[in-house]
Design a protein around this ligand. Sequence first.
Ligand SMILES: [Zn+2]
Length: 546
Amino acid sequence: MSAPVPAPVSAPAPVPADLHLLLESGAEMRSNRQMLCRVLPLALCLSLAFGVARAQETIHFEGDVPEGPNTFFFLDFEVPEGIVEIEVAHVHVPEDTGNVLDWGIDDPNGSRGWGGSNQENAIVGIEAASRSYIPGPMPAGTWRVTVGKAKIVPGEPAGYSVDVTLRTIATQEPQSRKPYQDPGALKNGARWYAGDFHVHTRESGDARFTLTIDEALDFAEGQGLDFVMLSEHNTNSGLTLYADAQAGHPDILIFPGQEFTTYRGHGNALGALDNVDYTIDTDGYTIAQAIEAFHAQGALFSINHPSNPLPDCRGCAWTLEVDPTTIDGVEVQTLILPGVEFWEDLCANGSHATAIAGSDDHRAGQDLGTFDTPIGTPTTMVFASELSVDAIFEGVQSGRTVVKVLGPNSPMIETELSGKRVGNTVFADQANLSVVVTGADGMSLRVIKNGDVLEVVQVSGDRFEHETAVEAPPEGEDRYRHELVKGAQRQSLSSYVWLRKADDAPGGGGCDCRTPGAEWSDGALLFSIFFLCGWWLLRHRAAGRS
Ligand SMILES: [Zn+2]
């Protein structure tokens, strides 16, 4: 949400005047030198152009932003064998219209990163890449610059100028990166762990340019958090930096994922290791397909700041049509913005979305804007069997979360619904809805059923307990949660737990075993083992590909 900090821009490689061929406008154009390169061996072509010592070639694109409903367009270029680095310089034409274009790079196999409205040049190489981009093999074939129409001011001319420089000698120093590896359990023991699911570093174009992963982790640890999810916009470019950062921070878990960023809403892909095509609303590609792709790699999809009214946050409010049952979570609080109403609507339409929260911090707490909050405000508490990626994931997936709106020191709510619990649903004809709240003396406790306030109770004492007898509906399901309110300010809220009749239970009903946080019914345990095995396989297959 913060304004991007202009970064040093490396000048595009100068092109000798006698070879500088400006081409006709339009996305299909190719440079004549590129055509020459198609018919001559690369080495000869480069020698002709610059001499062997230069070993680079620049392809120029210039044109008008295409009109029409597609929100992205593509500038294709051919990369021959032997290229080790590609640099993309991009500007708006003219530069001062207020138009905003976003930039990404794809190789023949998929995304090589997304810089959004990064102003500096994008560089992708074998052993190094500029922020937001992914180093790795440089396959020959058709690559492309993906251009997003982030903001086109009506009535103003909208154009672009892009220089793609192909090099056979890298200009960037190799970077210290390692393949992503799950760090395992950082802490043992089933309990509530505090975290923030929405944290940016410099790998996001709109974050502070100097903000490293180490700095974000240092700040989060100072806030008393156990984990953070690094949620960069449409890129997993940070993934190969996690190993070193995690080794330097053995007490705070990096939870992998990314913020899937479109012009009609943002969502967090929890546990995602692979990038997913982000060109929603282009050539018929839909959000449903993107969510399916995240699910296929074993990730959860959660909607971020759904009701964001801030005018300088492009595409932040969620306006995409989705099947509510495909949504795994909703940010019910992001920085100072509540999303509870949106979440309730989604749940009323069949979603079992878990309540999560995120600070959406882009600056590790430094020089925050009026509407910003630092990492840890709000905090999401997750009940997990240990502090590991898989256990936190499972806690979210089964709805065992509490959102502390004002940060880690907000009061705690522990909601339990007696009966056979599978994931976020209890199967019992009658059940006891109990809650223990701590740190909420003098506040109001609300018992919420299906979005409506069922009871309001005055809290007295630092530890306060309350119970409500509830009954499953004859058909379908009801949902229950608790929240704490002080004056008009919501302080903390729990995720919903759903209640269905015992007979609806998978494998039949009848068990009335109580399932407090640390204990498991056989059904829940089997479900979890099955789920975790499947997710582990998917994750490790995904890690093997990257
Ligand atoms: Zn964000």
